[in-house]
Design a protein around this ligand. Structure first.
Ligand code: 6R9
Length: 635
């Protein structure tokens, strides 16, 4: 990012001010200096927030893969682009160079083309975390097809609804997937899903587990066989700035899936710029993000952002606890990882284990550690800081969304002083505003409100696939003229932001607005508590009251449950006030979570309300079986 590296705090403020005063000039400079284009734009940004119409770099011509691959070949062709770490530590890891990745992408783009895929066609991808996943996404981008990655853990029904929503012409999957000690049969899930889909003409199957699979004559083909035969030359498709790059369905929403559409130029510029600055990436670093590529974090910060910057990015196939709960720490030590980016849910689950698992590893290669996906509670922040960062690595608590394409609010490492549980300051070009429920802007500091963004940034999703009206209604009507994030935030005395959670997680008890996240934080500080979730339920006198679902650590299991309840409420009372005490506490063995680790509060709310029917589609949960248990043991 020539000329756009943020060097120190005054420089941040200077860049920030420039970006707000003249966003066009700011983004024009970044786009101009750091990317390769076939043709320049004639307008940096054009927007109408009421109609939810936004364009960036209008009429520019480009292909993101030129920026991810081609331009690196002459200077870092032999450099490792991808380090692939398999599920089983006994299996060899792979180092794939930029030139080898380029070759594989070209051959795969030829395979897709020969199978009839053209610019604009949608290709659904249902693959484990193997190198081919990155290769097929880039191959789609290279030929101009729109990829839609579906997390390879979703059920057949969830797959079918996504395939049908985007009208995919092709599906790419594998014969199976290794997850810890399990083998998942991906191909039969796809077979079942496709019984309900009319648009898919071909299924390409990547070999991974050597499972026996059914191959449907004329529809299904082994990728390997086709790949071997094709040429390694491919002429890159020239894309318009606003041509679709990918569709990604957001997790955890009710009803019809929401296919967020990202387009070529703005997404490229935004992920490239934010990756470089937020992770302080340097040429010989080894960067690792533990997310699944099936989520936006994986798209932007395993694949596109790192490759745009010529980085070495780790792709890990397995899970944090296999074969032992120190797998993450072992991988950091093995590959000398310099940036480690993970989620609070992973941090909390590993913090439950003995600290010896992490302390015994040499993590001295680490320079920056990061968190994303949900608010990171105080306890988890400190554990991450003490045991993983060893008090030497800044923690970048990065707030953003599938819809935002890239990181929006985050410390810049070695620049922004961090503060536990705070995402701190907006990145240049991002204008957060806090709004009250009457649609007035809340100015000043030490205030809380609904988090909106005033001005478009290049990475913003342009629409919901096939439903622009829904896009407009969801994001641009609650607070006219602004993008509404659905999150609440607090702005402290120096202007730092702390994301307090989804605004729909606020419960009003006897007229007091209580955010559930801070209550959970204080419960989690109880030595016997591993994790908790609070929801509201109707109460005759208070309007709403609080219901807590609490997971105990093993050490807490044997304690007297009634005493524990009293202690938990005393803790809340001490830290927040008696008003925040829980009316009901149910001890549970797990919480319903989405695949990206978010608690499905919608389900807990229904259980707390006593509405035990019609939970909607729970097949996309990580642990659907827990719902039954919680339901039966409801108080
Ligand atoms: C990137 C991603 C978006 C929602 C978002 C917010 C929550 C993400 C956070 C955070 C607090 C952070 N969220 N990062 N909350 N602090 N650092 O997670 O995208 O899956 O679309 O979720 O996640 O509630 O609105 P997505």
């Amino acid at each position: 990012m020539r000329n756009y590296i943020i060097e120190d705090l005054p420089h941040y403020y200077e860049q920030y001010k420039k970006s707000i005063k003249n966003p066009k000039k700011f983004w024009d400079g970044i786009a101009d200096k750091n990317f390769v284009w076939y043709q320049r734009w004639n307008k940096v940004v054009k927007y109408d927030m009421d109609k939810a119409k936004i364009t960036w770099f209008k009429n520019a011509k480009l292909n993101i893969t030129k920026n991810c691959l081609d331009r690196h070949l002459s200077i870092r062709g032999e450099k490792t682009a991808i380090i692939w770490e398999p599920n089983d530590p006994q299996e060899k890891s792979q180092h794939i160079s930029y030139s080898e990745l380029y070759r594989r992408v070209n051959k795969t783009a030829n395979v897709l083309k020969e199978m009839g895929i053209k610019k604009g066609d949608r290709v659904c991808i249902y693959l484990p975390m193997i190198p081919e996943l990155a290769v097929v996404m880039l191959a789609c981008a290279k030929l101009g097809a729109v990829h839609s990655v579906i997390f390879a853990g979703f059920s057949a029904a969830a797959v079918a609804s996504r395939v049908n929503d985007c009208g995919a012409k092709m599906m790419i999957t594998s014969d199976g997937s290794y997850r810890g000690s399990k083998i998942l049969d991906l191909k039969s899930i796809i077979d079942e899903a496709l019984e309900q889909c009319q648009t898919v003409e071909h299924v390409l199957v990547v070999k991974r587990t050597d499972n026996k699979v059914n191959m449907q004559e004329g529809r299904d083909f082994w990728m390997e066989g086709l790949f071997e035969k094709t040429s390694a030359d491919f002429v890159t498709q020239i894309m318009d700035a606003e041509d679709p790059l990918f569709i990604l369905y957001t997790s955890g929403s009710t009803g019809k899936p929401k296919g967020m559409l990202h387009t070529c130029a703005g997404y490229m510029v935004y992920t490239g710029y934010t990756f470089k600055n937020v992770f302080n990436y340097q040429e010989n670093d080894v960067y690792w993000c533990t997310a699944d590529i099936g989520w936006i974090t994986g798209h932007s910060y395993i694949l596109y952002g790192p490759l745009i910057n010529g980085a070495t990015t780790v792709i890990f196939e397995g899970i944090p606890t296999y074969p032992e709960p120190d797998r993450f720490w072992e991988i950091i030590e093995k590959h000398k990882v310099t940036q480690f980016y993970t989620a609070p849910t992973a941090i909390r689950s590993l913090a439950k284990e003995s600290a010896d698992w992490v302390d015994k590893h040499d993590l001295s290669s680490l320079r920056v550690i990061g968190s994303v996906g949900e608010p990171i509670n105080d306890e988890a922040w400190h554990w991450f800081n003490d045991h993983v960062g060893r008090k030497k690595c800044p923690i970048v608590d990065t707030w953003w969304q599938t819809e935002t394409g890239g990181i929006m609010i985050s410390p810049i490492p070695f620049v922004t002083p961090t503060k536990p549980t705070y995402a701190t300051l907006p990145l240049p070009g991002v204008q957060p505003v806090l709004m009250d429920d009457k649609r007035n802007e809340i100015t000043g500091n030490q205030v809380t409100g609904n988090l909106c963004i005033r001005f478009p940034w290049p990475g913003i999703a342009r629409t919901i696939w096939g439903d622009h009206q829904r896009y407009k209604e969801t994001y641009f009507t609650a607070f006219p003229g602004k993008y509404f994030t659905g999150d609440g935030a607090l702005r402290d005395e120096v202007g730092y932001y702390r994301i307090t959670g989804r605004v729909d997680d606020v419960v009003i008890v006897s007229g007091h607005n209580l955010g559930t996240a801070p209550i959970e934080d204080s419960i989690n500080e109880h030595p016997a508590v591993a994790e908790s979730a609070i929801v509201g339920f109707p109460h005759d006198i208070k309007g709403s009251a609080l219901y807590g679902f609490v997971i105990l650590k093993e050490s807490g299991e044997s304690r007297q449950k009634e005493n524990l309840k009293k202690e938990i409420n005393q803790l809340i009372s001490d830290q927040i006030g008696p008003i925040a005490k829980l009316d009901k506490i149910q001890f549970v063995s797990g919480l319903p979570k989405t695949r990206s680790g978010k608690i499905m509060r919608r389900i807990l709310r229904k259980i707390a309300e006593g509405d035990l029917s019609n939970f909607g589609d729970i097949s996309t949960l990580l642990n659907p079986e827990i719902v039954e248990e919680i339901k039966i043991e409801r108080i």
